[in-house]
Design a protein around this ligand. Structure first.
Ligand code: FPP
Length: 245
């Protein structure tokens, strides 16, 4: 089976799962966290090098206060309960997004978890928290503008690589496969720069129901895709060029 080096997931449908089961929305999120725990383990076992999860968007701050509070609580619990797993399985935690907007105690737990797992090298688990790609791009543009203004960087020397180096995802390769659950076919402000050549996979399955079997289906479909990176099929098959990059 084709194993992507970097798998990114938009975990959607917790609310609808709860509604379908006549439960409060927070129960859907709780089940969603259980799915996160099992998918993290499966990806690690499969040898996926990078797993990036869209856990809380910049726009999610606009949800009812009670739901935002519940999500923050679940995040705190998740970090505590997963620490052992991350340490024993060699998983390194990273975060992308406007972390300073998170409640201070959560920010602190996150910082500790990132520091404690910094030496792990079997899989990088990146949580996108208070994340929006436009916000990330704006912050990157500001960082570059400040370096140009100070005379440290020439505007003309800015290229793709320079730009990527000031994004939150610097040092993380672009995703090979993006999965979005719950039938929505949108990118919703997730990794807009990084998804340029990513294969997209959409499934009707709601996130709490996304199990190993669903993951296998997505990976099988990924294996059938032909990635061309804007080149011709002949080039990709090694007739004209060996490396599509
Ligand atoms: C979408 O469901 C999901 C979210 C807004 C957040 C995803 C969060 C989790 C899975 C739990 C917290 C994550 C971690 C890593 C601890 P929705 O509420 O938008 O569903 P709906 O579209 O059916 O309403």
């Amino acid at each position: 089976m084709a194993i992507p080096r970097h798998l990114a997931i938009i975990m959607d449908g917790n609310g609808r799962w709860a509604e379908n089961h006549h439960l409060p929305r927070v129960s859907g999120h709780r089940r969603g966290v259980e799915t996160v725990q099992s998918i993290v383990r499966s990806c690690r076992e499969l040898g996926i090098g990078y797993l990036t999860l869209y856990a809380f968007s910049s726009e999610n701050w606009g949800r009812p206060e009670e739901e935002v509070g519940a999500l923050m609580g679940l995040l705190g619990q998740f970090l505590k309960s997963e620490m052992e797993t991350m340490l024993t399985r060699g998983i390194r935690l990273r975060v992308i997004g406007e972390i300073r907007r998170l409640p201070a105690p959560i920010g602190q737990v996150l910082e500790e978890a990132v520091a404690r797992t910094a030496e792990n090298d079997r899989m990088v688990l990146t949580l996108a928290l208070s994340y929006g790609a436009r916000n990330e791009l704006v912050r990157a543009a500001r960082a570059l503008a400040a370096r140009v203004a100070s005379g440290e960087l020439a505007a003309d020397s800015i290229d793709d690589e320079t730009f990527a180096s000031v994004l939150d995802t610097a040092e993380i390769p672009d995703p090979d496969l993006l999965i979005r659950t719950s039938g929505e076919m949108r990118i919703s402000n997730f990794l807009l720069w990084q998804l340029a050549y990513t294969e997209l996979y959409f499934t009707e399955t709601l996130w709490p129901d996304f199990d190993d079997e669903q993951l296998q289906l997505a990976l099988k479909e990924y294996g059938r895709r032909q990635r061309r990176f804007g080149l011709t099929a002949a080039q990709i098959h090694g007739k004209d060029r060996e490396d599509p990059h």
